[in-house]
Ligand binder design. Sequence first.
Ligand SMILES: [Zn+2]
Ligand SMILES: [Zn+2]
Length: 280
Amino acid sequence: MSIFSKRTIGLLTKHQKEKVIASVLEPQIGCFIQHTDAYDTDLLGTFTQETPRYGSQLDAARKKAVLGMELLGLDIGIANEGVFINDPYAGIMPWNNELLVLIDHQHQLEITGFSGAPAQNNNAYLSHWEELQKFADSALFPSHYLILKPTDEYHPQSRKGIQDLANLRDAFEWAKSLSEKGIVYVENDLRAFANPSRMENIQKATINLANKMASLCPRCHTPGFWVNDIQRGLPCNACGLPTNEEIAKIWACLKCTHKETEGMKVLKFADPSKCHHCNP
Ligand SMILES: [Zn+2]
Ligand SMILES: [Zn+2]
């Protein structure tokens, strides 16, 4: 029996993340998710230019989790914080990193879940309705909502959560009329409820969190027993010098000093193509 089963976990969000988070955690962990939107999480940061994010991604997630626990009077809470960047491979595709944090005051425990994946995020400057229609198609509208602003992304006024053609047309005329040169800025609305590809990634991060919550330390049974380090330095097959290739995964407990080594590659060597001495 898990230390989380039958417990009520607080979740502060006003962007409808409770459905996907509860659908993963409740059946897998046997806990209950209690949702509140009694605090405006946009005050801790927005994807649009109005409010810079509170601290790092983890800081912001922790802050939300604790606020949710306080609002609901619970000793355990969960929260999500997402960022959009360029993909870590070629640096050209929109990429979305979703982080979940679970804070359990009763057991003095913090467990994180993570998923990085492509998600819809695009923007453009345009001045004709036909251009906007073309952009909307490429930006997966209307399943993914849009935001319009006059002139550029720094304009103080905006129309957010645009989800149908009539509203898009209306917002376009509005933004154009407020823009000196008739230029309109359009972007995907990245809030979870407005961006299904992001919501899918939040679900993946929740699955990652659930797996960690269910993984117990073999020695002290604390949940969250997971890979915390990767040992690199597999020797090159040609010159014998260490490469950046993986030797083993190190699993570690969050509470005690117990560690386990997984997949130790004994008497194995890295291909010289991975060696920066042989193949710089
Ligand atoms: Zn080498
Ligand atoms: Zn342990």
